[in-house]
Design a protein around this ligand. Structure first.
Ligand SMILES: O=C(O)CCC(=O)C(=O)O
Length: 259
């Protein structure tokens, strides 16, 4: 049986743990990208489950290599998804996260956005907020937020695939032209408990090395982010190592009473 090789090392996985995002710019074959030209808006299960889409996109070595790195060996390959298609100008969506997302430290689902055509700022690109993926949020509450320092617009080349941790805040940005804009969304899932089986140089599990504080994050939230990221890293490595917290030197009262 052919194997899917992982493409991320420890640093790549740590980057993903912090940002919730990997962007593979222009990786899909231009001839295949054009197949989406006649795709209708909405459910596109048949297109996604087709042999061609499976081979050209879902099992593309770079796309599947990231999935293999983050979800383990025998991950579930999507058999359906949704075509987010806009043509008319519009004001853009509000910030949201999808479905059952954002409650735990696990990485059990990767939600992916595939862009068969290039996307410019006038086309209403998807906007994402790196680092927002591990917060349990009220969807109605975040819909009231406007621009957030650190948000990014996915203005991308044709054939780009963005892989996100389910739960990342995102929205379609404002569109000012009449050009068709496509985004095909689908998700891969984990089937087995995690282990550190991506590209590793050494057997010993390194401690999580935190990434730079995000532009919109204050001191306390940055401490919370670090704890959440470290728990996610430990979980992905299959390690039960606990995060060092402020009270780790504290003692049980029984020990003090008996001395
Ligand atoms: O089309 C987009 O850029 C984002 C749409 C989306 O993710 C949604 O409606 O949930």
């Amino acid at each position: 049986m052919a194997q899917i090789e992982p493409t991320l090392g420890d640093d790549g996985v740590m980057d993903f743990v912090a940002s919730g995002l990997v962007i593979l710019e222009g990786v899909i074959d231009p001839d295949f990208n054009r197949r989406a030209d006649s795709l209708e808006r909405g459910n596109c299960d048949d297109f996604i489950a087709s042999d061609d889409f499976t081979r050209q996109v879902l099992l593309h070595p770079q796309v599947a290599g990231v999935v293999r790195s983050l979800l383990g060996e025998d991950f579930l390959v999507p058999r359906g998804g949704h075509h987010h298609y806009f043509q008319e100008p519009h004001l853009g969506q509000t910030w949201h996260s999808d479905g059952l997302s954002g409650s735990g430290y696990d990485v059990a689902e990767l939600q992916c956005y595939y862009y068969p055509h290039s996307v410019a700022i006038e086309d209403g690109p998807t906007m994402v907020l790196p680092g927002s993926h591990c917060r349990a949020v009220d969807r109605e509450a975040i819909a009231h937020y406007g621009d957030i320092h650190g948000q990014i617009s996915l203005t991308v080349a044709a054939g780009t695939v963005a892989l996100t941790r389910y739960g990342i805040w995102h929205k379609a940005g404002p569109k000012t032209n009449d050009r068709a804009r496509s985004m095909i969304k689908f998700s891969y899932h984990r089937t087995a408990p995690p282990q550190r089986d991506w590209l590793c140089d050494a057997a010993e599990i390194p401690a999580y090395r935190d990434r730079a504080r995000l532009g919109y994050v204050t001191e306390v939230e940055s401490y919370r982010d670090k704890v959440r990221r470290t728990r996610t890293w430990n979980w992905l490595c299959g390690s039960d190592r606990e995060v060092a917290l402020r009270w780790e030197k504290s003692q049980p009262v029984s020990e003090l009473l008996n001395t």
